[in-house]
Design a protein around this ligand. Structure first.
Ligand code: GLU
Length: 549
């Protein structure tokens, strides 16, 4: 068989050889041990949690070794592509603070010496390498139609034989040059398949950098390299691209594990150095007690837009994902509460081998801790940025008087031990609604042990002594001073020692005041709240309560 003639017949337009590209994309000049990683998302929809997670793992692996993290767009499936898909993915990564060294750095711009970083623009490269495989007798054209392949599959299934295009089932494996010429002149479409030298009875062993040693049968399937429209399959594009872009570590979703024998085989046949593989377990979710993969269809949190809409700080989401990525991150975080996660010594071996569970409560907890570290001005800026995009009404309220809003946000925040309360920006409207007249909803229900007569007596007395200049202690002292005059104990201790002698204690009366001023039973420091609201507003609310109980 004249393989050169076959190669020219099948790909006449290709006149470059692999050497051309090997020279064009020389080895990277990086220090020993530097890892080159990437993500290769398809622009078929929004950025989802799995891609963000993979990006984080790849980014931190590159960062911690002084390497490079790049993005490559796998846009070979034009039918499933959505407009603005690249932009959505890249801007999403930026939003979460994942920096990109190379590849697509925005929806339209690429950076780096190893491009183009978009598979639809690399057709000539793929074809050059396929042509070389054909020349070496390692690839051949297959003219089987979809119907024929389905028929073969049915027969295999009926006979309980492993399905696929392998061994004696590989119909065109030994096609001659003449047959090929004849079929081409009839205008029959064809794909290019690998002529696999593998044997199912042999085993390949590889060391997965995350999952450890894995053993699998060698690939004997003559899988497709180039589809009939000249577009490569994922397998082939992965080998060519990651070779030419000098990826050292392919860290990707573990749905690709079963393809590793194909990939290792391809790298070897092409004469490429096999990269290290690491397969990332998917993030799962508990659904009715059973674990399942987070689903783009069923779960709002599958789309990372969800986190932005809810007003999670992107840093909180990333820190949460770090706890998912590495079993020792939480201990490190406790020991280094103020250090950026980027300083964490990430080790792929510490990644969970089985599926990690998405735990919203943990995310909320991580977020609360992070928000509690912010000062009121930082919160004001982030909150208003969020509200501008997702809650226009609230944005208007927050920005009507920025100084007032900042003093609201400073309550229990710009203090030595800030309160850990807010986890995400969409909680703030409800949390502080009573601080804004447009949102305030009065509530006139009283604590169980305070009747309306006592509440009235207390509020009337309190109105006369309230002074916004009082500090917390003076503020509470005034409540304590009123307590005995209406049968309440000034001190809780006193009340507890002799419950029959009192109707309640000063704390119960401060609850009455809290309800009058905020409509709530639970709030941050009431003295600060009243100072920020100002005397007029407080008195007005107290009067309103007096009228309604
Ligand atoms: N487009 C592939 C995916 O999203 C890329 C896998 C890889 O990283 O190699 O699953």
């Amino acid at each position: 068989m004249d393989y050169n003639a076959l190669a020219d017949l099948l790909l006449p337009e290709i006149n470059k050889t692999p050497e051309y590209y090997e020279k064009l994309y020389p080895a990277r000049n990086l220090p020993e041990g530097a890892r080159v990683t990437r993500i290769a998302p398809s622009p078929t929809g929004y950025l989802h949690l799995g891609v963000l997670f993979a990006a984080l793992v790849n980014r931190i692996t590159a960062t911690s070794t002084g390497g490079i993290f790049f993005t490559r767009i796998e846009d070979t499936d034009k039918k499933r592509e959505v407009a603005g898909g690249i932009e959505d993915i890249i801007s999403g990564l930026h939003r979460f603070g994942i920096t990109i060294d190379e590849g697509f750095i925005s929806g339209t711009e690429q950076r780096g010496e190893y491009g183009p970083y978009q598979q639809s623009h690399r057709e000539e490269i793929y074809k050059t390498y396929v042509k070389e495989l054909i020349r070496q007798g390692l690839a051949y054209p297959c003219f089987c139609t979809a119907e024929e392949l389905a028929e073969v599959r049915e027969i295999q299934e009926a006979q309980k034989i492993r399905t696929g295009y392998h061994g004696e089932w590989a119909k065109h494996r030994n096609i001659t040059l003449e047959e090929t010429k004849a079929l081409i002149s009839e205008g029959k479409p064809f794909v290019i398949r690998l002529k696999s030298p593998g044997n199912e009875a042999n085993k390949i062993v590889f060391e997965d950098t995350i999952k450890g040693k894995i053993e699998m049968p060698e690939n004997d399937e003559d899988f497709v390299l180039l589809k009939s429209d000249g577009i490569p399959t994922y397998h082939f594009a992965h080998a060519v691209d990651d070779h030419l872009m000098h990826t050292t570590h392919v860290l990707r979703g573990d749905e690709w594990i079963s393809s590793v024998p194909k990939h290792i085989q391809l790298f070897k046949l092409l004469g490429f150095k096999v990269p290290k593989y690491g397969h990332i377990s998917p993030i799962m979710k508990l659904d009715g007690g059973a674990k399942r993969k987070i689903s783009k269809r069923k779960d709002p949190e599958a789309a990372v837009h969800f986190f932005a809409e809810q007003g999670y700080m992107s840093e909180a989401v990333i820190n949460y994902l770090m706890t998912v990525a590495s079993s020792d991150f939480e201990d490190w975080r406790r020991a280094n509460p103020d250090t950026s996660y980027k300083e964490f010594k990430f080790n792929l071996k510490k990644m969970s081998v089985s599926c990690a569970l998405f735990d919203e409560n943990k995310l909320l907890d991580v977020s609360k801790t992070m928000v509690a570290k912010l000062n009121s001005v930082e919160v004001y800026n982030m909150l208003t940025d969020w509200a501008k995009e997702y809650d226009e009404e609230f944005f208007g309220i927050l920005t009507a008087d920025p100084e007032y809003t900042k003093s609201v946000l400073a309550i229990d925040r710009d203090v030595p031990k800030p309160r850990k309360d807010i986890a995400k920006w969409n909680e703030v409207k409800e949390y502080f609604s009573y601080m804004f007249d447009d949102l305030f909803v009065p509530d006139f229900s009283l604590p169980e042990n305070v009747n309306s007569e006592d509440a009235k007596a207390f509020l009337t007395a309190y109105k006369n002594v309230y002074n916004p200049a009082d500090d917390r202690q003076e503020w509470f002292q005034k409540i304590k001073d009123i307590a005995p005059t209406i049968g309440f104990a000034a001190e809780t201790k006193e009340y507890k020692a002799n419950r029959d002698n009192f109707k309640g204690h000063a704390g119960d009366l401060s609850s009455v005041l809290r309800i009058a001023v905020t409509g709530r039973r639970n709030t941050p420091d009431l003295c600060s709240i009243m100072q920020v609201l100002g005397k007029d507003k407080c008195i007005k609310r107290i009067d309103n309560m007096l009228k309604n109980i």
